[in-house]
Design a binder for this molecule. Sequence first.
Ligand code: SF4
Length: 176
Amino acid sequence: MQYVLVSACLLGRPVRYNGRAAAGDHPVLAAWESEGRLIVVCPEVAAGLPVPRPPAEITAMQSGRDVLQGKAQVLESGGRDVSRVFVSGAKQALAVAKGKNIQIAILKEGSPSCGTSFIYDGSFTGTKHPQAGVTAALLQDAGIRVFSELELDEAAAYLKGLEAEISDENGQHNGM
Ligand code: SF4
């Protein structure tokens, strides 16, 4: 069975910066949970950040990939540089994924760690910026297909295709 990495806040865990969970109540997630497929991670809490914590954004319209390359910072709203903590959380999430041979992740959109198609632009004004967060970028660069909670139907179709491919390969290896 293919496991799926998922942001903890999407499963109702109250780990977001504001001490809340995210609304992630979706039949695809519920089905995967009942199948025992979900491997839950919160990169920021895994890296030692508390709940609640100040909101953080990647600076100056840059991306999670820029943070990984040391070209941008993640700053809390009060100005504290938490870049290293965010990179550490991303690496921990990747290690978990590798340990389970995970090829697909569902991450919370908009987060400076987990955002896939957008994050916020570093101005703390609620302005969206079309880039991935630090964890999403690291997982993508490792070849893991990352979807947001807004793309769960696409993710379900992708997983189905992946499992069909793996079952074909196993069939060929078994001489079927
Ligand atoms: Fe959710 Fe990811 Fe933020 Fe943790 S780091 S609260 S899993 S969006």
